[in-house]
Ligand binder design. Structure first.
Ligand SMILES: [Cu+2]
Length: 599
């Protein structure tokens, strides 16, 4: 359970890795700063190592190479073949400062996958050996389509084939909100299979918040949560993997695998052990920083098919001294699991959501860990929460970091102990910050009078599927499935828009909630189900419960290009719950359309 085995050597290597990252990036720091940064980098690397993470190491040319490949590993005693960046679960932690050029080379070392039986419907999972990269939440050039930043509606999505690579130079804006972001694949049709077998990692953007004395003094511990979905290998009796045959679909109701027959228009039962799933898995592990903390298996009772059988495993232990303040950065990198989070017996000093810190910590009272509801902070898939915890003054106790049980999705999600805080040792009364430097990029906040356009997007599901019979279930945005070559939404740099994201009731395609996520620009969450949210609640993904409307506002700040928004339940996204949008350049006074547009 601990990472102490080779910890000393690992810490040294980790510190060296962070140093390389800094030198590999173009940054105009003063020499005095360099010494200070080196000291804080070494402390940061030691913190990473203490929770089982490692920093990314750029090559001699300054590129961070993310090599995607199969990896055989053991998860809580189970032999598993996963997909991993650089052979680690999760991928290495990338650190970058505001204003730097972040250079990532994606290398595809995945083996060939046979998609010859694919019928060409892009909302049927396919080409599981092709990949690309998304730096989630970062306000950088749109990077899903080729070439980067293209506004061409017909631009194809980047698809790196086995043996190939793709270079991503990301200029991080000088005013980029400093905080926790992450990277994962986003090739439509293979996103979930790759992400739910391990391909994800954290990105930390450094900036003014890191210089707040009370924050600088705190240990900085990222907590990367992922799920790993597995089925028995078709060829190796002792191996678990997720390599569904083309068109093979796992049926949660029934616990068997079908393949759709287009002549009879019926799914045909097979003897395959695994298939693509939009529900549960034969076996699923939930990981924190690569360590399994919870296990789920398919429920064999047909009346309880939506309730996987859960087993709590030994969670990660984090030692804190009484009165110590630690900065936690938690990522819900799960493919589909909504997580209401509670830290037992402690107030949560929430600093930031999705990388956007507030002007002061939001103090969230402690609450019972055996309840339901949204917890101290609700993390939809892809959301991040950064918070301070000040350890209880009394030593000798252990406090759980929990995901509360929730039933807002197709599958029931049981309560899980993610990690434990062990309070022990000498007391230290560390201070908490009163104020935080507000990231300027999204301020001043959008005023209602500035809104140029309002749009409404309804996320819905139909079961059994009508337009996607191969998958057997339809996931739709405004009754449409994803079209790679359509641009149904066009926006402009400088414009502020208000979007109403709707999940209907059970008579209108609402069977569960969906997390809305948009690339490039953050948005301010204005209201959820008519309940106003605190001003400055800036996020890049928001949970939209069933039968609820969420109102968001955003301004297209800088970047032009073709991009996407979608549901961040990844099996929904991969099977159609996504749309493109194109950001065009700002209108100038000389533009012949400018006059009519603004009347
Ligand atoms: Cu969804």
């Amino acid at each position: 359970m601990t990472h102490d085995l080779s910890r000393r050597g690992f810490v040294a290597a980790a510190a060296a890795g962070v140093e390389l990252v800094r030198r590999g990036l173009a940054r105009g720091a003063m020499p005095d700063d360099d010494a200070a940064f080196a000291a804080s980098d070494a402390a940061f690397a030691e913190g990473l190592a203490s929770v089982g993470l490692q920093p990314a190491r750029p090559n001699a040319a300054g590129w961070i190479v993310l090599d995607a490949r199969f990896k055989e590993t053991t998860l809580a005693g189970t032999r598993a073949r996963v997909r991993a960046y650089c052979g680690t679960l999760p991928g290495p932690v990338i650190t970058v400062r505001q204003g730097e050029l972040l250079r990532i080379r994606l290398q595809n070392s995945l083996p060939h996958y046979d998609s010859s039986a694919w019928d060409g419907n892009m909302n049927v999972p396919h080409h599981l050996d092709q990949t690309n990269l998304h730096v989630h939440g970062m306000d950088v050039i749109p990077h899903l389509f080729q070439p980067l930043g293209t506004p061409n509606p017909l631009a194809p999505m980047i698809a790196v084939k086995p043996g190939g690579h793709q270079d991503y130079p990301f200029q991080v804006p000088n005013d980029h909100p400093p905080g926790l972001y992450w990277y994962h694949p986003h090739h439509h049709g293979s996103t979930v299979v790759q992400a739910v077998t391990g391909m994800a990692g954290a990105i930390i953007v450094r900036g003014p918040i890191d210089d707040v004395p009370e924050i600088k003094a705190a240990r900085d511990l990222p907590l990367v949560i992922q799920d790993i979905g597995l089925f028995p290998s078709e060829t190796d009796a002792t191996l678990w993997t997720y390599e569904p045959k083309q068109n093979a679909i796992w049926q949660t109701f029934g616990g068997y695998v079908t393949i759709y027959d287009p002549t009879t228009k019926q799914p045909v039962k097979t003897t395959l052990k695994g298939g693509f799933t939009t529900g549960d898995y034969a076996l699923r592990y939930f990981l924190i920083n690569g360590q399994p903390f919870f296990k789920e298996t398919h429920n064999p009772d047909p009346n309880k098919a939506q309730q996987p059988v859960g087993t709590q495993l030994a969670p990660l232990q984090i030692h804190m001294q009484p009165g110590e303040v630690v900065r936690f950065r938690m990522l819900n990198g799960n493919s589909d699991n909504l997580m209401p989070i509670v830290v037992e017996g402690h107030e949560m000093y929430l600093l930031a959501l999705d990388g956007n810190n507030f002007g002061a910590p939001r103090v969230i009272p402690s609450m019972p860990v055996d309840g339901t509801g949204n917890g101290q902070v609700l993390l939809a898939p892809s959301n991040r929460a950064e918070f301070l915890i000040k350890a209880n003054a009394t030593p000798g106790k252990t406090y759980r970091i929990m995901q509360l049980a929730q039933s807002q999705q197709f599958l029931q999600s049981e309560a899980k102990v993610i990690a434990e805080i062990v309070v022990a040792g000498a007391s230290k009364d560390m201070a908490l910050p009163k104020a935080l430097p507000l990231p300027k990029r999204n301020y001043p906040l959008i005023q209602p009078g500035e809104i140029k356009r309002r749009r409404r997007f309804q996320f819905s599901g139909i079961f059994p599927g009508v337009v996607n019979p191969v998958v057997g279930i339809d996931f739709l945005v405004n009754n449409m499935q994803y079209d790679e070559f359509a641009a149904p939404n066009v926006t402009r740099v400088g414009d502020a828009e208000e979007w109403h994201i709707v999940v209907g009731d059970m008579n209108h395609g609402g069977t569960e909630g969906h997390p809305f996520h948009i690339h490039v620009n953050n948005f301010e969450v204005i209201s959820i189900g008519g309940v106003a949210q605190p001003p400055g609640t800036l996020q890049d993904a928001v949970w939209v419960p069933e039968n609820t409307e969420v109102v968001i506002r955003m301004r297209f700040l800088q970047w032009t290009g073709k991009s996407v928004f979608h549901c961040h339940i990844l099996p929904h996204e991969d099977t159609g719950m996504m749309q493109n949008f194109v950001i065009l350049p700002r209108l100038t006074a000389a533009d012949p359309h400018a006059a009519s547009r603004h009347t």
